[in-house]
Write a protein that binds this ligand. Structure first.
Ligand code: NAP
Length: 342
């Protein structure tokens, strides 16, 4: 019998692809979600399971409830801990982002400690745990960000999502270092794009592309640079981290870095004038002025707009052996899927 893998966040945008790949490889997947009654959150995964060699088990657990993952971890060989809110539309940063990320990591890793069977934990962190604002690269005198770097500029009040990710990853390393039963491997994806298996995710990945296509940035896009990676490659990286005996440490994932305008240009080449894509860069002074209308902080605009970044992804290619899907293909297939659903 193939190994049993407990996955948190397996119902989400990235998690659904990880679950699919695990099921196709014959694993028993122990999927946790907050509310088992919400069947539409995992119906797509049950459909996938019925056409694959793997087995799907549905368990209920909540990041904020102490001991919530203990039963599900008992008998699991490894844990993929992915659950964490990825949203910019929150009311209370501490309660809505930081607590589920940090307390959740503590709860899930305590379950690993309490089980006699878990030997490996793969944690979905983010490049947001590597750096905070894009200006950090310049301020720290760096040519590029590598796995050695930790975000030191985010806080609950400035870039709270990024803060939630670095605080959670640091908690994971602390708990890892205090024991010797399980190994920790961390995946640090940049901005994830590509087709979605679920129509029920709040992920900002899906919101971003919908905003681009619907004309939100038509009169001017912010001059923001991000790393981008295909959702299917992110899933593959998790499986490689799980299966490779010698996998260790952190892994930055990005096919390339590109500005929002670069992404718009790729989409224009592929889809012509079909969508109200951005026509130009928006001036920074204007963005600073209107930032609150877009739910953004002025300090975010000041420290990110106009500052390119470089991400070193050598380790993901050499140590994990990950091969990246070109951004052009990722975008094309993501938009084609959205069109099919209309
Ligand atoms: P998503 O679709 O919103 O998935 C989030 C998952 O977290 C859902 O499965 C949700 O499960 C679970 N979750 C949220 N709050 C929870 C709570 N209180 N208790 C239990 N489960 C909870 O987001 P995603 O884009 O796939 O992101 C997944 C992970 O990747 C996150 O850790 C995110 O930080 C990381 N990441 C994402 C990106 C990106 O660009 N998308 C980049 C880097 C890293 P329920 O079914 O219970 O709602």
């Amino acid at each position: 019998m193939k190994n049993t893998i407990l996955i948190t966040g397996g119902t989400g945008y990235i998690g659904s692809w990880v679950t699919k790949q695990l099921l196709e490889k014959g694993y028993t997947v122990r999927l946790t979600l907050r509310d088992k009654k919400k069947k539409k959150k995992y119906q797509h995964l049950e459909d996938l399971a019925s056409n694959s060699t793997g087995k799907l088990e549905i368990w209920e657990a909540d990041l904020l409830k102490e001991g919530s993952y203990d039963k599900a971890a008992d008998g699991a060989d490894a844990i993929i801990h992915m659950a964490s809110p990825f949203t910019l539309r929150f009311k209370d940063a501490q309660k809505d982002l930081v607590d589920p990320a940090v307390k959740g990591t503590r709860n899930v890793l305590s379950a690993a400690n309490n089980s006699d069977t878990v030997k490996k934990v793969v944690l979905t962190s983010s490049v947001a745990a590597v750096h905070g604002d894009n200006i950090d690269m310049q301020e720290k005198g760096l040519q590029e960000f590598t796995e050695e770097h930790f975000n030191s500029t985010s806080s609950v009040s400035h870039q709270p999502y990024s803060y939630s990710k670095v605080a959670a990853e640091k908690e994971a390393w602390k708990m890892h270092d205090a024991q010797s039963d399980w190994k920790l491997v961390v995946i640090n994806p940049s901005f994830v794009l590509g087709p979605s298996l679920t129509a029920n995710s709040d992920s900002e990945s899906l919101a971003f592309i919908n905003d681009m296509l619907s004309g939100k940035y038509q009169t001017g896009a912010p001059d923001l640079t991000f790393g981008y990676v295909d959702v299917r490659d992110v899933a593959t990286a998790h499986l490689l981290a799980l299966e490779k005996e010698d996998a260790e440490g952190r892994h930055i994932l990005a096919e390339r870095t590109a500005s929002v305008m670069d992404v718009a240009e790729i989409l224009k080449k592929q889809f012509g004038k079909k969508y109200k894509l951005p026509m130009m860069k928006a001036p920074k002074w204007l963005l600073t002025l209107i930032a609150p209308m877009f739910g953004l902080q002025r300090s975010f605009i000041r420290r990110n707009v106009g500052y390119p970044i470089k991400l070193n992804t050598t380790k993901s290619k050499q140590a994990l052996g990950l091969k990246y899907t070109p951004l052009e293909q990722t975008l094309k297939e993501m938009v084609e899927q959205i069109e099919m659903q209309k």
